[in-house]
Design a protein around this ligand. Structure first.
Ligand code: GLA
Length: 399
């Protein structure tokens, strides 16, 4: 199906012509017919438009159809999304010589996404990242969640928002093409209280901006932390590691973690540490230091405290791949961003064959374990409130 982004306007024009015809008799009816013909043969300027195509992408294990949505703009960008997990499965952008490549990690077909996978392009919820011990207390009541990451709860549990079928509708205008995904998470799903109505809207415009808007509303006190878990490789997915990508983060502080990746408490200064990306540094430049004492991690997998976040859409990160000139800037209304560098990718079939550090994630979000850390910005959502969150990726090239 081609998205009828011009249709409402054109249909209005036809309707107006027909109304005139009805009012003024035959002569104007002929005029209406001529107008309708003109619309069937639009001039080239109206043919060249952004498009949204929908096709079948296969079926879930219980026989439900999954659709793939392809958004195309006039500046060489193509974005592909599927209803399963409201997942971003492809982003094609041109490099400095105009050559397009897919720059986000994924699978070639639906079966890859139906298995447990490393959250390639997934919408993550109800709570993105970890909740210590899989437990939190709200209004004196303790809730127990699945421990699916060592002793902790991760990314919404055993069947998070990445592993459910969302309902899609087109939301295009003259300025952008997009898809709105909706999902209702039942009260008690994965152990979380409250029925939660969630929307995730992806839109693409001709400024090569891919925007993700989230909303959520609940009927009981609950916790929510929504993010997108795309893995990026600006040189092209499958072209090797991302260690030479140059990263800048709008963050003077990060959250130190314990050996189960739970923030230990107060933010620490990045200055003088391998966590400092306040000026551009190759991701691989100091990653070796993180693999040794005292950090002993497999690389960056830390939440950064974004500078001056007051809920406005502000620059969080800028990444440049020097080999292709591709640049991605990430803007967000969220207070944090989890920098994860594909540390656990092992090249297996369930990981699309991608190996360690072949992609990086910038998961814009509230901080991990906020439900157990009253000093962190709150992730509590109350009935009557509407959670709103936006993250925008702007793609460009620099020669
Ligand atoms: C997040 C976590 C990582 C890892 C990935 C998924 O980024 O912080 O530790 O679990 O998701 O593999």
């Amino acid at each position: 199906m081609s998205n009828p982004i011009l249709s409402p306007r054109l249909m209005a024009r036809i309707a107006v012509s027909l109304l005139f015809a009805a009012a003024a008799g035959q002569g104007l009816a002929a005029q209406a017919e001529a107008e309708a013909k003109r619309i069937l043969q639009p001039d080239p300027a109206t043919i060249a438009t952004m498009t949204h195509e929908v096709k079948s992408y296969g079926k879930t294990k219980d026989g439900q159809e999954v659709k793939v949505h392809t958004l195309t703009n006039l500046k060489g960008m193509r974005v592909r999304l599927i209803d399963y997990g409201a997942t971003l499965i492809g982003v094609e952008t041109p490099d400095k010589s105009g050559k397009a490549a897919n720059i986000t990690l994924g699978f070639p077909a639906l079966d890859g996404y139906l298995q447990r996978h490393p959250y390639f392009g997934s919408t993550v919820g109800r709570y993105g990242n970890r909740i210590a011990g899989g437990k939190f207390t709200l209004d004196g009541k303790t809730y127990t969640l699945a421990k699916n990451n060592g002793p902790n709860h991760l990314h919404g549990g055993l069947k998070g928002f990445d592993a459910v079928l969302w309902k899609a509708e087109p939301v295009s205008t003259q300025e952008m093409v997009g898809v709105k995904f909706r999902y209702t998470s039942a009260d008690g799903e994965e152990g979380y209280p409250g029925k939660l109505d969630v929307t995730v809207t992806y839109t693409l415009n001709n400024a090569n901006e891919l925007r993700i808007d989230y909303t959520a509303a609940t009927d009981k006190l609950t916790v929510v932390n929504l993010t997108n878990h795309s893995y990026w490789n600006l040189a092209g997915a499958g072209s090797g590691d991302i260690l030479k990508h140059e990263l800048t983060l709008s963050a003077d502080k990060y959250l130190p973690i314990d050996d189960t990746s739970i923030p230990t408490g107060a933010p620490a200064d990045v200055k003088g540490t391998p966590f400092d990306f306040t000026s551009p540094h190759a991701i691989g430049e100091r990653i070796g230091e993180l693999k040794k004492d005292p950090h002993k991690t497999k690389g960056y997998d830390h939440c950064y405290v974004l500078r001056g976040q007051q809920g406005n859409l502000e620059l969080a990160a800028r990444v440049k791949d020097p080999s292709t000139g591709r640049v991605m800037e990430v803007f967000t209304t969220e207070p944090g961003v989890q920098l994860y560098c594909g540390n656990f990718l092992g090249g297996g079939a369930g990981e699309g064959g991608f190996k360690q550090h072949e992609g990086f994630c910038l998961e814009t979000q509230h901080y991990p374990d906020s439900p157990n850390k009253p000093e962190f910005p709150s992730t509590v959502l109350r009935p009557g409130q509407v959670l709103k969150s936006t993250t925008m990726h702007r793609f460009s090239v620099e020669k």
